[in-house]
Design a protein around this ligand. Structure first.
Ligand SMILES: CC(C)(COP(=O)(O)OP(=O)(O)OC[C@H]1O[C@@H](n2cnc3c(N)ncnc32)[C@H](O)[C@@H]1OP(=O)(O)O)[C@@H](O)C(=O)NCCC(=O)NCCS
Length: 168
């Protein structure tokens, strides 16, 4: 399925809330997102993203026919890692398995390497998150290793994997 990536609009808040009201998604993300996730939470997220430093935070809605079906963001690190950025993403469950995650990751990496001075983008999925690892592999990321016991999620100590893609 064809998808695009574009800037967030406040009107996307409702679609964002629909996507994020799903434990299967939240269980694969960092802690801190409200559950249930309301339209007001979505609006606050979008407003925060739109107000953030545009040289540090690169947030995009993933859209199908201009409807927001997911979120992808690239976040620049600081100090000696100032040309390194972390990527995070999720897709609304009805849209899984149609190549949207892979396409969005590729689109945003291309944008970042063309438009910014970032030279390395990395992602750290939970080791058991096969779909996310597969997305990264399909998008050209290299597996760099397993971060053992690197997180506590829902009371469980979990390994994470680290993948990166480098500007050539
Ligand atoms: C991870 C996620 C973004 C993938 O999005 P998507 O649009 O379904 O991804 P794609 O369709 O591009 O690719 C998914 C790949 O994973 C594979 N996959 C999915 N579940 C799998 C499983 N349980 N075992 C093996 N492979 C699996 C699919 O077959 C596909 O690979 P293929 O094209 O070789 O067949 C989506 O599942 C999601 O939002 N998950 C919850 C949030 C999340 O995990 N975010 C990432 C945090 S690091």
């Amino acid at each position: 399925m064809e998808c695009s990536t574009r800037s967030w609009k406040v009107e996307d808040a409702g679609d964002l809330a629909v996507a994020l009201n799903n434990k299967k998604i939240l269980d694969n993300l960092r802690d801190g997102l409200p559950y249930p996730y309301t339209v007001e939470d979505g609006r606050a997220f979008i407003e925060a993203m739109l107000g953030d430093d545009e040289n540090k935070t690169y947030p995009f809605a993933i859209t199908v026919n201009d409807k927001a079906v997911g979120s992808i963001g690239v976040f620049r690190k600081d100090n000696i890692h100032c040309k390194t950025a972390e990527m995070g993403y999720y897709i609304a469950e009805p849209y899984w398995g149609q190549g949207i995650g892979t396409s969005a990751v590729k689109q945003v990496c291309n944008y970042i390497f063309e438009k910014t001075d970032i030279i390395r983008i990395f992602a750290e999925p939970f080791a058991h998150n096969v779909a996310s690892c597969r997305v990264l592999e399909k998008a050209g990321f290299a597996y760099e290793g397993t971060l053992r016991k690197n997180a506590v999620k829902n009371g469980n100590v979990l390994d994470m994997k680290i993948y990166s893609i480098i500007k050539v």
